[in-house]
Design a protein around this ligand. Structure first.
Ligand code: ZN
Length: 648
């Protein structure tokens, strides 16, 4: 009798819960309470940041920023909903950061030095030189960059752009360059472009070799498909959001050396310091003695940055990062009366600048040293992330809080840098793939119904981290289980509502969105012919090799030769076995030799033309067995911009 009762109890509970729908788009009591506790623990009402973020406002854009095709690149009132107190569906600390990031306009930092903020993820700085504008970091896409420049010209008087600086190799700092100048002006010598050491290699390398998967993952990090709103996307922490315009690139006139240089650019002195291998592999910062201003690029902003960005990147060096910030502090801390960056608003006053630099330095050092201290005590990556906590100064300096990077995931990055992905638990060295394991777990839990009941129970208890693990396992095991997907979506949503990290919120809300309404491919392909044009030819072939699928190689490959008459380069490609290996130089006994302009090769790979078209017009010619080319190109996987993340 007793046993019978027990047996019937489980399905009964499951039935009750399965009939309840999970809440959608509203904070639960547990989430509301947790967010309230954050508001009470932090000096949310402090107004200094708001005063600084509004200081020097000269003018604002009043209408949407449109792309050439009429589509909206930036919606001007998108973040108006942030006015007022944080709702229960948002972490009040992130809400505050989002309010600050959304403050927009043209601002005077000090006379002669200006910023346009709030019209993209990043910030554009303008300096009035002797003969025109020096533009630092022309945003992510052309239309916002052009609108920002127009606003400056209209407000401060029309000037030509005579120099552009790309502070580092991330697209939100160069992608809008065609909005402030043109290839023609560059070729005519009317504008000079300065970039840090290694800029071209790092820029293109990242976006071409791993770019497709990064773009898809970046949709989660930036909440690209999540509508803005109190129960949706509120900001990325680093800035409001990515603009939706066209991304371009012009090659730098000059890449600086790693030693640091002092240059006069249109009458303005720049003391450059190389800061590569910190926030980006290629980056510089600079001091402007005429303005007593230190521009920290993206090495020091008003967030804790990512040691490992969720979209994916090669893990960064937190120790080097903290040492570099210390170098800035010791070299420029006593001279600087203002510090500005390529995200967020400036810091005025020597004491405040020094405090900011010290806190940033100590944040990266804290993450580094505490991770290693605990690892050396035998803690695993997950345990360290749970225990790392935060240093005392993070309670008062919002600028080091985890709006973009967080102490939790950054400690995992440090662990990864030193120890790799394995936590030293042997069962984790060679586990079954997620989906295969999920089916076994669900079976071990007594089946889908029992697992769902446990997931719902976790939700009711506000135990969302556990609930997400359990329900995601169920969805991997049963991707068509709609109840499981809806409860998982609501679980992710509550995690998003509680998150202080803009990236975390976006990741969870993107997951919820895709579970509720699966979306078709709408990812932006970042690889255009103009981006490929900046890529050295061997790197271009390396990118092709990273798409080579041996299973698709039909018949004999042999050695293929490519001649580029316009760049006077030759590449041989060894395709004799399951690898595509490119080498600089001429080939011995190639099966085919293709002569093609490098510029046509870029267009071919950006799918702006086809090989038959180029051969037919005579733009490209070949000698030997042309079918070998067909076999090679036929064995390249096309990129899949949209791939499943929260379902198998
Ligand atoms: Zn940036």
């Amino acid at each position: 009798m007793k046993n019978l009762k027990l047996l019937s109890a489980v399905p009964f509970v499951a039935l009750i819960l399965a009939n309840t729908s999970p809440p959608v788009g509203v904070a639960t009591d547990q989430t509301a309470q947790r967010n309230q506790a954050v508001a009470e623990a932090l000096p949310i009402a402090d107004q200094q940041d708001f005063e600084d973020a509004r200081r020097g406002l000269l003018a604002q854009l009043e209408t949407d920023i449109l792309n050439e095709d009429g589509s909206v690149a930036w919606k001007i009132d998108e973040f108006d909903f942030l006015d007022g107190e944080a709702p229960p569906s948002a972490n009040p600390s992130l809400w505050r950061q989002s309010q600050l990031s959304a403050i927009h306009g043209l601002f005077e930092v000090v006379p002669g030095l200006y910023q346009v903020r709030g019209y993209d993820l990043s910030v554009m700085t303008l300096i009035a030189g002797d003969s025109g504008w020096i533009v630092i970091d022309p945003l992510l896409s052309a239309a916002p960059a052009r609108a920002s420049l127009d606003l400056a010209n209209k407000t401060l008087g029309e000037k030509p752009v005579v120099a552009v600086l790309f502070t580092h190799s991330h697209a939100d700092h160069f992608g809008g360059v065609l909005g402030v100048t043109s290839r023609e002006e560059l070729q005519a010598g009317k504008v000079a472009i300065y970039a840090p050491y290694g800029f071209t290699k790092e820029t293109v390398g990242e976006s071409v070799l791993a770019g497709n998967a990064m773009s898809r993952r970046a949709q989660y990090q930036f909440g690209a498909n999540v509508p803005s709103g109190a129960a949706g996307a509120v900001g990325v922490g680093l800035g409001p959001k990515l603009s939706a315009g066209s991304i371009g690139l012009l090659p730098p006139t000059r890449e600086l050396s790693t030693d640091g240089e002092t240059l006069d650019i249109d009458g303005i002195t720049f003391e450059f310091v190389d800061a590569g291998q910190t926030e980006a592999p290629s980056e510089f910062v600079f001091y402007l003695p005429q303005f007593k201003a230190f521009h920290a690029a993206e090495v020091v902003t008003r967030v804790q940055h990512n040691i490992l960005t969720p979209r994916g990147a090669i893990v960064r060096d937190s120790l080097q990062w903290s040492r570099k910030v210390d170098e800035f502090l010791s070299r420029f801390g006593d001279k600087s009366e203002v510090m500005l960056a390529s995200h967020h608003w400036p810091t005025w006053g020597g004491d405040a600048v020094r405090d900011k630099l010290r806190n940033q330095r100590d944040t990266y050092r804290y993450i580094h040293d505490q991770t290693l201290r605990m690892a050396n005590q035998g803690l695993t990556m997950d345990e360290i992330a749970e225990d790392i906590g935060e240093p005392d100064f993070a309670k008062t300096d919002f600028g080091v809080r985890g709006y973009y990077g967080t102490f939790e995931h950054n400690s995992k990055a440090v662990y990864q840098r030193y120890f790799g992905w394995w936590n030293a638990v042997p069962a984790d060295y060679d586990p079954l793939p997620k989906v295969e394991e999920a089916a076994k777990w669900i079976s071990a839990l007594g089946g889908a119904e029992a697992a769902l009941a446990q997931g719902q129970k976790a939700f009711e208890a506000g135990d969302y981290r556990w609930g997400a693990r359990l329900l995601q396992t169920l969805v991997f095991a049963e991707p068509d289980n709609t109840d499981a997907k809806m409860w998982l979506a609501s679980t992710y949503e509550q995690l998003g509502y509680q998150a202080e990290g803009g990236t975390w919120r976006n990741i969870y809300l993107s997951a919820a969105l895709e579970l509720r309404t699966p979306k078709e491919n709408d990812s932006v392909n970042t690889v255009t012919a103009s981006v490929l044009a900046a890529l050295p030819t061997l790197d271009l072939f390396d990118a092709l090799a990273a798409r080579f699928n041996p299973a698709k190689m039909q018949g004999e490959g042999g050695i293929l030769a490519f001649n580029f008459p316009d760049t006077e380069e030759e590449i041989s490609v060894d395709l004799r076995q399951s690898v595509m290996f490119p080498r600089v130089g001429s080939a011995d006994a190639p099966v085919v030799t293709l002569s093609i302009q490098r510029s046509d090769m870029n267009r071919l790979l950006a799918q702006e033309t086809t090989l038959p078209e180029l051969l037919g017009s005579g733009a490209a010619t070949f000698e030997g067995d042309v079918t070998a080319l067909g076999r090679m190109f036929g064995a390249l996987d096309s990129q899949v911009p949209y791939f499943e993340i929260v379902t198998p």
